[in-house]
Design a protein around this ligand. Structure first.
Ligand code: NAD
Length: 355
C-alpha cells in the first residue's frame, strides 16, 4: 500500500514515467478523462518531449530522472510507460517508495526479470495493474461476459490475429523483447482469459518478409503459433508487423454451441461504392482501436486505488502470458513444439511458494 492511504482520497495524484506513444496517451487521459485522478508529474530524459507535454496538459512537475518523481510525497501513484528494457529498475524504485503502479505490458523483457518483479510485488503488497488493455475494450469485455454466461457452450478453439499497419522503428524492436514478447503477449493473455484455461503446449513458426533489419537484430516480422490448452482446447495465433492496409486485431472463440467473433477493420462505418467497386477506411493503429480501452483501464486503476480494491489484471497474468511468449520463442528457435509448463514456476498466489 502507499505510504499514505489513497482510499477515501478525493483525487489520486499521478506521475507518468515515459512520454512516448503510450505515456503521452495515458497522460492525456489522466489529465482530462479520469475523474478521480490528477496528473501532477512527468519524467522522461527527452526534455523537449516532456516539456511540450507538460505545457500542453499544464502539469506542474517534470524530471529527467524518474526516481525524483517516484519519491515525491505529493505523487500517490505512478504510470510506467518507459521502455521495457528498464522496467525492472523502475518497478524496484516504485516498490521501494511504496507507490502503486500501473505498468505498461510486458511485465519485463525476459522471464527472469518478470519472475523477480512478480515476487517483489507480491512480497511488498504494493498495488500493481498491468496494461493488458484489450480486456477493457468494450467488445472483448462483452465477449468474455457472453462466454462466461455460456453463450457458445464450452469454448474449444480460439483464433487470434494481430497485425500492425507498419512496423515500429528498429531501435524499439531491439529493446522490445521481440514479436512474441512485445506484441503476441496481448494475444496470449486474451487466449487464457477468453478460454478460461492455461496453455500447455505451443508450436511456433516465423519469418522476416518486410523488414530484413529486424531479422539481422534477431527478431521476426511475422509469426504463427499453434496452442494446446490444458483441458484439450486448441488455438491458432498469427501476428505480423506489416499489413500495408491498417491495424487489424480480430479474435474468434468457437464453442460447442456457437462462435463469438470480436474485431473490425473499418475505422468509420462508411463504405464508398463507385465504378463497380466498394471501399472503406481501415483502423490506423492501436491508439485509435483501443482508445476506449486505455481510458477504461485507467478508470479501473484509479477506482481500485480510491476504493481499496485489487486490480482485475495483475503481475501474475503478465507472468503467465510471458511464459507462453517465451515458450513460443523457444519453439521458433528449436523448430519443435514446446511445453509452457517447462518454463512455469508457481506464482506467489498459487500458495506453493514464492518464485
Ligand atoms: N498497451 C499497449 O497497447 C502498448 C502499445 C505500445 C507500447 N506499449 C508498451 O509501452 C511501453 C512504451 O512503449 P512506447 O511505444 O510508448 O515507446 P516510445 O519509444 O514511444 O516511448 C518511450 C519513452 O520513454 C522514454 N524513456 C527512455 N528512458 C527513460 C527513462 N530512463 N525514464 C523515463 N522515460 C524514459 C523515452 O524518451 C520515450 O519518450 C513499452 O513497454 C511497450 O511495450 C504498450
Amino acid at each position: 500500500m502507499s505510504h499514505r492511504s489513497i482510499s477515501k482520497m478525493e483525487y489520486v495524484h499521478v506521475g507518468v514515467i515515459g512520454v512516448g506513444r503510450m505515456g503521452a496517451r495515458h497522460a492525456r487521459n489522466l489529465a482530462g478523462l479520469i475523474p478521480g485522478a490528477r496528473l501532477v508529474g512527468l519524467a522522461d530524459p527527452d526534455r523537449e518531449a516532456r516539456e511540450q507535454l507538460q505545457k500542453e496538459l499544464d502539469v506542474p512537475l517534470g524530471f529527467d530522472d524518474f526516481r525524483e518523481l517516484v519519491h515525491r510525497d505529493d505523487v500517490d501513484a505512478v504510470v510506467i510507460a518507459s521502455p521495457t528494457e528498464i522496467r525492472e529498475e523502475v518497478v524496484r524504485e516504485c516498490v521501494a517508495a511504496k507507490k502503486p503502479m500501473f505498468s505498461e505490458k510486458p511485465v519485463a523483457a525476459d522471464l527472469e526479470a518478470t519472475r523477480r518483479i512478480a515476487a517483489l510485488v507480491a512480497q511488498s503488497g504494493v498495488t500493481y495493474q498491468l496494461g493488458f488493455m484489450r480486456r477493457f475494450d468494450p467488445g472483448y469485455a462483452h465477449a468474455w461476459e457472453q462466454i462466461r454466461a455460456g453463450a457458445i457452450g464450452r469454448p474449444t478453439l480460439i483464433r487470434l490475429t494481430s497485425r500492425d499497419a507498419a512496423g515500429p522503428p528498429l531501435e524499439f524492436v531491439r529493446a522490445s523483447g521481440g514479436l512474441f514478447v512485445d506484441s503476441s503477449v496481448h494475444d496470449f493473455d486474451l487466449a487464457r482469459w477468453l478460454m478460461g484455461d492455461e496453455v500447455e503446449t505451443v508450436y511456433a513458426l516465423g519469418g522476416c518478409f518486410v523488414y530484413p533489419e529486424y531479422g539481422a537484430a534477431g527478431d521476426i516480422d511475422a509469426g504463427v503459433v499453434a496452442l494446446r490448452f490444458c483441458r484439450g482446447g486448441l488455438g491458432l495465433h498469427d501476428n505480423s508487423r506489416h499489413t500495408g492496409y491498417g491495424y487489424d486485431i480480430r479474435t474468434e472463440v468457437l464453442g460447442t454451441e456457437g462462435s463469438i467473433q470480436v474485431g473490425y477493420l473499418q475505422s468509420r462505418p462508411v463504405v464508398l461504392l463507385r465504378d463497380g467497386r466498394g471501399s472503406h477506411d481501415c483502423v490506423k493503429d492501436f491508439l485509435e482501436r483501443f482508445r476506449d480501452a486505455y481510458v477504461a483501464e485507467m478508470l479501473h486503476f484509479i477506482d481500485c486505488l480510491r476504493h481499496g480494491k485489487q486490480p482485475s489484471v495483475g503481475v501474475e497474468d503478465g507472468q503467465r502470458a510471458m511464459e507462453i511468449s517465451l515458450a513460443a520463442v523457444a519453439s521458433l528457435q528449436s523448430g519443435q513444439p514446446r511445453a509452457v509448463e517447462s518454463l512455469r514456476e508457481p506464482t506467489p498466489s498459487d500458495g506453493r511458494g514464492a518464485v
